[in-house]
Design a protein around this ligand. Structure first.
Ligand SMILES: [Zn+2]
Length: 261
């Protein structure tokens, strides 16, 4: 009995090795000094794990939050409101351009004129962070949130009962260096688009709060591409998404067989 148990363990570890991410590459140009390298090839299981962990749930829920997928179901217009002491508006624009270009289904553009934006990106100094949250959400919610998560940057996402995101606001710190700014900018936009949760055990996503990434990784881009595919709908449950993902990942060519590096 003991012997067959050991054999079973061995087989599990073998298949885990076969699933390991591969295609390691250095951080892309424009990353902050010391940004981590990334893997560029993932298995279907690795993509599904990240998708299911990051699209459901969030740090703090207020009111009735839908249990299903949350994302925008229309083109997304973003406004950048810069009030910090370091000029980061152009850099923020480049981050947005990259998302728009690499995930075309976001249909992302900069809000023109006085039309209300779907996502508001507020660039602020660290000393103004708590007061900015207080102004946006009230003292009580701010206190609860700060006590629970000790955030450096944050995003609030308001969605309707059917899972469509109505509006998102991201607060991004600009005066604590390139690494904090870039990490926050990429991380908070992922939340604003609907990847609302974190996974501290996932070694590939920017939504692991133990990592600082500061660029749009191949992994996170794949998760967003899945989220904004027409076959993934707002309100969809985890069970529905799980049933649909393998085919979708295959159709979109997002998974590549691991090559054992
Ligand atoms: Zn976060």
């Amino acid at each position: 009995m003991k012997r067959s148990f050991a054999a079973f363990i061995f087989i599990i570890s073998l298949s885990a090795a076969a699933l390991a991410a591969s295609g390691k590459q250095p951080a892309p140009p424009g990353s902050f000094q010391g940004a981590p390298p990334q893997y560029t090839r993932f298995s279907t299981a690795e993509l599904m794990r990240g998708f299911l962990a990051l699209t459901f749930g969030s740090d703090l829920r207020i009111g009735a939050v839908p249990h299903g997928i949350r994302r925008f179901d229309h083109p997304i217009r973003v406004a950048v409101i810069a009030s910090g002491s370091v000029g980061r508006a152009a850099a923020m624009q480049r981050v947005l351009d990259e998302y728009a270009q690499k995930v075309p289904n976001l249909r992302l553009s900069i809000a023109a004129g006085t039309a209300p934006a779907d996502i508001e990106v507020r660039l602020i100094d660290e000393k103004d962070f708590t007061s900015a949250l207080r102004a946006a959400f009230g003292a009580k919610i701010t206190k609860t949130f700060v006590a629970r998560t000790d955030p450096q940057c944050m995003t609030s996402v308001k969605s309707s009962a059917d899972g469509g995101i109505v509006r998102a606001v991201s607060f991004i710190i600009v005066d604590k260096g390139d690494d904090v700014f870039l990490d926050c900018a990429y991380h908070e936009l992922l939340h604003a688009f609907g990847l609302s949760s974190h996974d501290q055990r996932n070694p590939w996503t920017s939504l692991n709060q133990k990592r600082m990434v500061g660029y749009l990784s191949v992994y996170d881009r794949a998760l967003l591409t899945l989220l904004y595919d027409p076959r993934i709908q707002p309100g969809m449950t985890a069970r529905q998404a799980r049933a649909r993902l393998p085919r979708l990942i295959q159709d979109l060519g997002l998974a590549a067989p691991a090559q054992g590096k």
